[in-house]
Design a protein around this ligand. Structure first.
Ligand SMILES: [Zn+2]
Length: 201
């Protein structure tokens, strides 16, 4: 992976016409299966940064992600805000999420901090075990003032070779994201982009 600043990846292979679709905060039954249906329809693989407690609650959906060839990453067990959480507690919470995924047979070395932020002391430890992944294209799919068309406009405007595009399979994003996702995939495909999963070790 390229574009590493302070051990954090913002963007993938800039030399290739590839993008990486990522979905944070699931899996949840109201939204994630519909994302999997859309990705399956277009034959596209993505990366899901999962919340550990959702993996435990909705193991069947997590298993479906894996079975359908998507990659998974760690997004803490309780969607903790790093800067509001003591480092020891944060690290244990990340580890708990890792164990929840391991119990489902998934070993990931990808980590995305909730809200895209954490303390330096947290990053310092996590960077040795995980590839910390942020994004260069934020769709704002959780923003109720955005429309699906506006999300498509963001993707069209900011996507470059190697872009990591951030969506959410959450209740807050449900309406916008599910309507925007097919539009974005069709635009990306028409413009020659191949969607890949983020690399695992
Ligand atoms: Zn999140």
């Amino acid at each position: 992976m390229q574009h590493l600043y302070g051990n954090v990846v913002w963007r993938g292979d800039v030399a290739a016409r590839v993008v990486y679709l990522t979905f944070d905060d699931g899996p949840i039954p109201e939204v994630t299966p519909r994302v999997l249906d859309i990705l399956g329809y277009y034959g596209i693989k993505a990366t899901f940064f999962c919340v550990g407690e959702n993996v435990v609650k909705h193991a069947d959906i997590f298993q479906r992600m894996i079975a359908e060839g998507h990659a998974v990453g760690n997004h803490t067990y309780n969607h903790l805000a790093g800067w509001q959480t003591p480092t020891d507690k944060y690290l244990l919470n990340v580890e708990k999420a890792q164990e929840a995924m391991l119990a489902q047979g998934a070993d990931t070395n990808l980590f995305r901090p909730p809200y895209g932020r954490m303390r330096f002391s947290q990053k310092k430890v996590l960077k040795d075990k995980y590839q910390i992944v942020l994004w260069d294209v934020l769709t704002h799919d959780y923003n109720s003032s955005y429309t699906p068309q506006k999300i498509l406009d963001v993707v069209r405007r900011y996507t470059r070779n190697g872009s990591i595009i951030n969506f959410h399979d959450s209740l807050k994003s449900e309406k916008n994201m599910l309507a925007a996702l097919p539009l974005c995939i069709e635009w990306l495909t028409e413009n020659g982009y191949i969607c890949k999963t983020l690399c695992l070790k």
